[in-house]
Design a protein. Structure first.
Length: 334
């Protein structure tokens, strides 16, 4: 019997910033609608106001997006994630005049919408969105480029195609628990997209995701995420990256957008906001888990950042959840 290799060892406090961040911001991904097309067609989708996913299963499609250069040809197996508030168009040819998508899609509740003459479709696609809690939305949107294109030829594409195929069958056959399964498959799909882009994160805006992809800075980032209560010093973090303090501080600011200890402070406050909304941990205990010497020191830091004392924040900021209402029309913004 083959023995699986042991996982690679990590130093104490080694964290997974992507997993922690997705949990922190309440990321919930849902595949909401599919479509099939034939003939000549062009649909315009409004700015989604959230992360939007388009995944192509069959055929080819042109994507045009405000502020993103030339039209992009999508092929079967490609996945795109759109971040931010930008209108975009999917079409069989980029020079066709688009029709507004929402009126067409709101007119039906079928899981798949078809446009064009009857017969075998030339294009099959699935779309969805990623809901984020308001308190953490900027952490994701500010770290991503407006358009992420995962081509079918990338290393993660086989896993993504499997996820897409399974989601497609769940939606088409409407099995018991299909929406639950499809939503979890979509979350895995989003992680695959992020993994693909970590290899190209030098093109990302400065932020945690670009810092995580930087091989020189990532060890320090993982230590801060793994043990936020530790009183990390610039010297300790620089030592973990085998860099001088000056070189480390300069590079960290370049890729993360803020100095290392400012990043740590911001991360602690984000953790505090999440735990105050979702847990009943006493403020004094919460302060200790985040590395503050006293409840008053934590309360002062929290109030400087949010404008509210911790208990006031807990009582006035309701727990944010992603409700499971009817599936919205493909491309619909709530």
């Amino acid at each position: 019997m083959d023995v699986l290799p042991a996982p690679p060892p990590h130093p104490p406090g080694w964290g997974d910033p992507i997993a922690e961040t997705l949990e922190l911001v309440g990321a919930r991904c849902a595949l909401t609608r599919g479509f099939t097309f034939s003939g000549a067609w062009s649909l315009a989708f409004p700015a989604p106001g959230r992360l939007k996913i388009h995944a192509l299963l069959e055929g080819t499609t042109w994507l045009t997006m405000d502020g993103v250069g030339k039209p992009i040809l999508l092929a079967a197996g490609d996945v795109v994630v759109l971040a931010g508030d930008r209108r975009h168009v999917l079409a069989s040819a980029p020079d066709l005049a688009p029709v507004e998508a929402l009126p067409l899609l709101k007119a039906t509740v079928e899981p798949f919408h078809h446009t064009g003459p009857p017969g075998a479709p030339e294009v099959v696609a699935i779309g969805g969105h990623i809901e984020l809690e308001a308190a953490g939305k900027d952490l994701i949107l500010d770290a991503l480029p407006p358009l992420m294109h995962m081509r079918a030829s990338t290393a993660e594409a086989p896993a993504a195609r499997w996820l897409l195929t399974q989601a497609f069958h769940e939606m088409r056959e409407d099995r018991p628990g299909a929406s639950f399964v499809a939503n979890h498959l979509a979350q895995l799909l989003f992680v695959q997209v992020l993994r693909t882009y970590l290899g190209e994160a030098h093109t990302f805006p400065a932020g945690w995701l670009r810092a995580l992809a930087d091989e020189h800075i990532a060890p320090a980032l993982r230590l801060m995420h793994g043990d936020p209560a530790h009183s990390w010093t610039l010297a300790e973090l620089a030592r973990a990256t085998a860099m001088s303090r000056t070189s480390f501080a300069d590079r960290f600011r370049t890729v993360a957008g803020v100095p290392p200890l400012t990043y740590l402070y911001n991360w602690r406050i984000r953790l505090a906001r999440h735990r105050l909304r979702h847990h009943d941990t006493p403020v004094a205990a919460l302060a200790a888990t985040l590395g503050y010497s006293s409840e008053s020191a934590f309360s002062n830091a929290f109030k400087r950042s949010t404008g509210m004392a911790p208990l006031h924040y807990r009582h006035t900021m309701p727990t944010e959840t992603v409700p499971p209402p009817r599936p919205p029309a493909y491309g619909e913004s709530r």
